[in-house]
Design a protein around this ligand. Structure first.
Ligand SMILES: [Zn+2]
Length: 646
């Protein structure tokens, strides 16, 4: 942990009672079930399986202990929940039944779930189950859980019919093509989604049958991959295989069966890992979303085996991608690839920048690194990506999601149709907006980390404390936390002070404390806390620029954590539902003449309208609003700024 400013509240608050020096239940965590989509430690009896060799320093709360309160995150969660509830089980199961020779008269789904799509099943039997399990953990939606249970049962019937443990919506012959290096889309990618969906239904929704299905699938994977030589398997890994290593590691974590770790090992791609282990960025030319899940697998392997090379690979990769290959939104990739050398992004702008799956997977990886070493800079990245890339890429009306978030000027957002998309990004989107509660708070034995300013409530029964966070963030530049405790408690509260905060202050029970913490750190407030105590944190936002690393004259404008977008003409419904990305000519965004180093010379706030700004351009003034709020207009994020003379 770095830069933590420690502060003892009792120095500043009169009337506080005597304080116990030690935590109330120092060992309480050891027996707790950590049911988390990433950290699958929960075993069947609810006790921690505890198979980690390298434990996290800070843990997420079980998702069922965190609930959203009204705000943009809840809007996204609820839109996703409504959408997931509209998908009929018979349609989801259709291609699986056809593949297993079980009669099905359901209307097939469209898009990448069409009966002739080589990726069919990835959403219907994979992401969908993960989304249901996560939504169940996030909201307690029993109807949705029942749909998930029904689908698990239907797919178990298909698996039984196919006898070998194989379960997929496409025939097993696809794997012959994979083995023989004949062109095929991504069979193991799809198998990963189905296995992960089942494992999530087990760990988050308690479905025992789902674990049995996942284990049978793992047995099939073992039987398929075991006879291949190391060199042959490495060639197989040339085809996108998703998070196979991760899900097999998680299966080991849940069951304790070490053979799954061995099978996971077969999915370590040496050609990709070796340069990373040597701290060489050879990412240029690679398909981005093929790679990030491999690194998540490495992170999981480190946790379960203590293998420090795997940790080093994950750490170097994260550092390199976030510092050299991410845009102002936290997103990465252009046309799904890294097309340039490190730090060369100014020519990597277009209609197909920053695939949504990449943001999803980078956020997932970030949680691991934060867990190992709870430093605020990880959550600065997480917050940036959450507000600028994830919020605003789901339509809050119907829950449809996007594929790419275009960052070249003048393009617009394009969404998938509810029954005719089922892209990779539809799948990761369905998971993303189902697990918005999973990172707001973390904890260790004695303290809570408030990582994100999102209206929500967390319950920590072992400590007999709840924390209620009420905020209109980001309209409100700060947040208010209320402690709800049956009796005084000594839990410490770490508040993240973001990198973007322009000063700030904190009040406890309406009294301003005379200290604060530095940027990108946690401010620690110690107890004891009594029921009804309040903490109000003020985090002033300011305008700042985000220039391209290789061309200062191409700049984005940010306000606090928010990327601002120039808002232009409205687009038609046909333009919003038109494929993976925008089709047609972009709006020609005006150029700027201003000082390169001072955005306030050309962007000013509009008084009386929060989060609204005006840009002075050569042609006409332009309105700027947060990118996440732009849903139906052409927009500009990166501007060409010509240096003003004198
Ligand atoms: Zn995708």
């Amino acid at each position: 942990m770095s830069n933590i400013d420690r502060l003892t509240r009792r120095q500043f608050v009169t009337g506080a009672g005597a304080v116990a020096g030690a935590a109330l239940f120092p060992e309480a965590l050891r027996g707790a079930a950590f049911q988390d989509p990433v950290l699958n430690q929960g075993s069947t009896n609810g006790a921690s399986a505890g198979r980690e060799k390298a434990s996290w320093q800070a843990f997420p709360f079980p998702m069922k202990q965190v609930r959203l309160l009204p705000g943009p995150c809840m809007d996204a969660q609820e839109a996703n929940r409504r959408y997931m509830n509209t998908l009929p089980v018979d349609r989801l199961a259709h291609s699986f039944r056809v593949t297993a020779s079980i009669p099905s008269s359901a209307e097939p789904l469209g898009g990448w779930e069409k009966p002739d799509s080589e990726l069919r099943g990835h959403f219907a039997g994979g992401h969908y189950l993960s989304a249901v399990a996560l939504l169940y953990a996030s909201t307690g939606d029993e109807d949705l859980k029942k749909k998930g249970d029904t689908l698990v049962s239907a797919l178990a019937d298909c698996q039984k019919e196919m006898k070998s443990g194989y379960l997929s919506a496409f025939p097993v012959e696809f794997f012959d093509r994979l083995r023989d290096r004949v062109r095929v889309w991504a069979p193991f990618y799809t198998i990963h989604k189905i296995m992960a969906g089942h494992l999530d239904m087990y760990t988050l929704a308690g479905n025992q049958q789902a674990l049995e299905t996942a284990e049978k699938m793992a047995g099939w994977v073992d039987g398929w991959s075991g006879p291949l030589s190391y060199e042959h398997m490495q060639r197989v890994l040339g085809t996108e295989f998703g998070g196979m290593a991760e899900v097999l590691c998680n299966l080991y974590a849940v069951t304790g069966k070490r053979q799954y770790l061995g099978v996971a090992r077969r999915f370590e791609h040496a050609a990709f890992f070796d340069p990373l282990a040597a701290h060489r960025d050879e990412l240029k030319g690679l398909h981005v979303n093929t790679q990030i899940p491999k690194v998540i697998g490495a992170a999981r392997r480190y946790e379960l085996t203590g293998d420090t090379r795997s940790r080093d690979i994950a750490q170097y990769f994260w550092d390199e991608v976030t510092s050299e290959r991410c845009y102002c939104t936290g997103g990465t990739s252009n046309g799904e690839h890294w097309g340039s050398d490190p730090g060369k992004l100014s020519k990597e702008l277009g209609p197909n920048t920053t695939e949504d799956c990449c943001a999803y997977n980078m956020m997932k990886l970030t949680r691991h690194l934060f867990g190992w070493s709870p430093s605020a800079h990880y959550m600065d990245y997480y917050e940036r990506t959450l507000w600028n890339h994830r919020l605003g890429t789901i339509d809050p009306h119907d829950g449809t999601t996007m594929y790419y978030l275009p960052l070249a000027s003048g393009y617009w957002k394009v969404f998938g149709k509810p029954f005719d998309a089922f892209w990779c990004c539809t799948g990761t989107g369905a998971e993303e907006y189902a697990k918005l509660v999973d990172t707001i708070y973390f904890h260790d034995n004695t303290s809570i980390y408030v990582n994100l300013y999102v209206a929500s409530e967390v319950s920590w029964p072992e400590k007999k404390i709840r924390l209620r966070q009420e905020t209109q963030f980001p309209q409100q530049q700060g947040s208010k936390l209320t402690i709800l405790a049956e009796r005084p408690t000594d839990v410490a509260i770490h508040l993240r002070i973001p990198y973007w905060a322009e000063g700030g202050s904190v009040k406890v029970n309406r009294q301003v404390l005379p200290v604060f913490a530095s940027h990108s750190s946690y401010l620690t407030l110690r107890g004891p806390w009594k029921n009804g105590d309040t903490i109000e944190i003020s985090l002033p936002m300011g305008l700042h620029r985000h220039p391209m690393p290789d061309d200062e004259s191409i700049q984005a404008v940010m306000y606090g954590p928010l990327v601002l977008a120039g808002k232009f003409d409205a687009v038609t419904p046909e333009m919003r539902y038109a494929g993976y990305g925008p089709r047609g000519a972009p709006f020609k965004a005006p150029e700027i003449t201003a000082r390169l180093d001072d955005v306030s010379t050309w962007v000013q706030p509009v008084s009386g309208q929060p989060l609204t700004f005006k840009a002075t351009t050569q042609e006409q003034p332009v309105d700027l609003v947060p990118l996440y709020q732009v849903l139906e207009n052409k927009y500009a994020v990166y501007w060409k700024v010509n240096p003003a003379k004198g």
